[in-house]
Structures are given as structure tokens and as C-alpha cells.
Design a protein around this ligand. Sequence first.
Ligand code: NAD
Ligand code: UFG
Length: 353
Amino acid sequence: MKPAEALKNAYILVTGGAGYIGSHTLVELSSAGYDFVVYDNLCNSSQEALKRVSKIINKDVKFEQGDIRDKKALQNVFEKYNIDSVVHFAGLKAVGESVIKPLEYYDNNVNGTLVLLSVMKEHNCKKIVFSSSATVYNEVTTKNYIPLKEDSPTGATTNPYGRTKQFIEEILQDFYISELDFKVVTLRYFNPVGAHESGTIGEDPNGVPNNLMPFIAQTAVGKREYLSVFGGDYDTYDGTGVRDYIHVVDLANAHVKALKYISSANFNIKNATLNIGTGQGNSVLSMIKAFEKVSNKKVLYKIVKRREGDIAKCFADASLAKEVLGWQATKNIETMCKDSWKWQSNNPKGYET
Ligand code: NAD
Ligand code: UFG
């Protein structure tokens, strides 16, 4: 039984909701009519993102600052609000950093998820949508099973970050087998890019960006001199790496569909694991070209040696998400670049004022 002071409405708990994908998902949850509460320790985000979400949706955002590893703090949130389902974004995500700090990654991502699941169990909360990654498909799989389907081999990932995603997928699978009526939707994201069309929220990486799109955007805005293109000799249509870039608003909408599905009578796969991509592969050079076109800026680049751990091609067969959730990506590369540029040019220092 919840205490009498618990809020009456059913809430979606959004862990990591102040982050890049989380903040965009809040906007889509709000327009779909969901009430939510954000739980985030702000280790890689700022409350300014939530203030801006609040402006877009014209409504206050309920926010509880805390760490998913802090059981007491999480229990308090579950006591205070009537949590119907959890959308679980919270986690550390930098591949290179995870090689240097593996224990932090296992503790934050894996242990954090265990604590979250145990508190959900205590409070009889039985629905979770989890942020996984295409990184669970290993190097051999991306060579032999392109476009990638959900039943392509996973595991043997090359870095601790990737392994945390693989382990959590397996933990969720064990948990749903053990728990009556527990429901999981695991979304394997491909390469999220872009920003909300308002240009007020977007990706705000700390320091030098690791990922392609923020690096291109910062080069176009004059913050970086040139982009290093990692490898020009891959077996791809122009020699540079090919990825499945997906607009973050399309990705956000996949979470809304996943929540609808998880609560519907149609939910007939207890543990649904779905690729969230466009199904299209685009090279680094095509992304540069598309960005230059929409921004009307030159993006200087140099082709340098391959980055260790990179693969040639990674793109989804996204047909299962369409079949199961009725979801598919709607925004093309041009829109992804246009919205990234709007965010970057309006906010050259990100959320820092
Ligand atoms: P992000 O870093 O912008 O957002 C993650 C949020 O989680 C941040 O606000 C951070 O402060 C919070 N957080 C981290 N550890 C926490 C903890 N212990 N307790 C509470 N809050 C914590 O990252 P994002 O790009 O929005 O990614 C969201 C999720 O999607 C992550 O789980 C990430 O691994 C996954 N993912 C991201 C990508 C990508 O390229 N962006 C690709 C595949 C999967
Ligand atoms: N690239 C460059 N120069 C850069 C950055 C990237 O040429 O400065 C190239 C890469 O070599 C790759 C492509 O741009 O060919 C995309 O690279 P990203 O770093 O943007 O993305 P990745 O596909 O390497 O990795 C991303 C996330 C991972 C996630 C993976 C699969 O960063 O966390 O997608 O979902 F695991």
C-alpha cells in the first residue's frame, strides 16, 4: 500500500531524464499525455535542460535529484509518486572512458540497474523500457549479418560500456522469467543525432566530443578547426565508416510507443527487444556533405588512420519495431543535420550560459 500522501496519478519514472535522449523523450511523453517524474544525479547533464523542456511543454517538470545506486533515495521516490512504469536511461555511455574506468561503468550501469529493479519489485512496479545499444552486436556480427536483425548474434563486445548493456539485457531476461507479469521492452538504439526542432534542447557533450555529429557541428560553428575522419579505406561505398543515424525525436517517440505497447492487451512477447534505427546506412563523408548543405558552412576535414575498435558498417533492419510497436523513423538526414545545426548555432556553449 502506498502512503496516503502519495500522488494519485500514475507516473512514468524517467531515470536519466535530464540527459540528451531523456530530455527529448520528456517532450514526446508530455504531448502523448503522460505524467512523469525525472530521476537523475546530473553527473552528465544540467537542470537547465529540464527548464527548457518545461518551456517547450508549457508545464512544470517534476524532478528528483538522486543516484540510481542510492536505494533509500529511490525508495522515497516510489513512496512519493505512484510509479506505473520506468523508462531507464540513466547510465554512463563513453566507450573510451569505460576502458579506463571499468569498475565505475559496471557499478553505475549494472549495479545501478540491479538497485532500480529491486526497488521496482518492492513497489510492485512491473514495466520497464530499457536503453540498450547496437553495440551489443559485435564486430563479427556486423561483418556477417548486415542489416542487423534482433536475433543476430550478440555478446563478445569489445569494451566495458558495451558489456554493461549486454549484461543488463541478460539480467532483464532472467528477471522477467522469475517475476510473474514483469514486462520489459529493450530498445537497441543505433546512432542518435539531431535535436528538438525548437533548437532549445540538444546534445551537450563535455569537452571534446567523441561522436561524429557534435564534432561536425562544433567544427561548423568554428569551435573546432577541423574534423578527423577516422579511416578512408573501409569496405564501404566511399571508404569511410557507415552508420544508421536516427533523429533523437524519432527515437524519443519509440519510447512512447513502447510504453503504450507494454500496457496494452497486445503485449504478447514478455521480453521484447527491438532495433531502433532507420535501416539506412550513411557514411562519414555523406554526413559532412549533408551538414554543409543545411548550414551553409564549410566543414574542414582530414582523413586520418582508423580509430581503434571502430567497425566498417552498422545499420539496422528496423522492421520488427514497425511490426511490434507500429513505430518507424520519419526524419531524414537533412532534418537531422538541420536540427543539430539549429541547436549548435543557437547554443554554441550548450547549456552553459
Ligand atoms: P546522457 O549522458 O546525455 O544521459 C544519461 C543521463 O543519466 C544523464 O543525465 C546522467 O546525469 C544520468 N545518470 C548517469 N548515471 C546516473 C546514475 N547513477 N544515477 C542517476 N542518473 C544518472 O546520455 P544519452 O545519450 O541521453 O543516453 C541515454 C541512454 O541511452 C544511456 O543509457 C546510453 O547508454 C544509451 N545509449 C545512448 C546512445 C548514444 O549514442 N547517445 C546510443 C545507444 C544507447
Ligand atoms: N567518426 C569520425 N570522426 C570523429 C568521430 C567519429 O570519423 O571525430 C566516425 C567513426 O569512425 C564512425 C562514425 O563517425 O565511422 C560514427 O562514430 P560515432 O563515434 O559517432 O559513433 P559509433 O558508431 O562509433 O558509436 C556510437 C555510440 C556508442 C554506441 C554505438 C552503437 O557512441 O556508444 O554507436 O550504438 F555503442
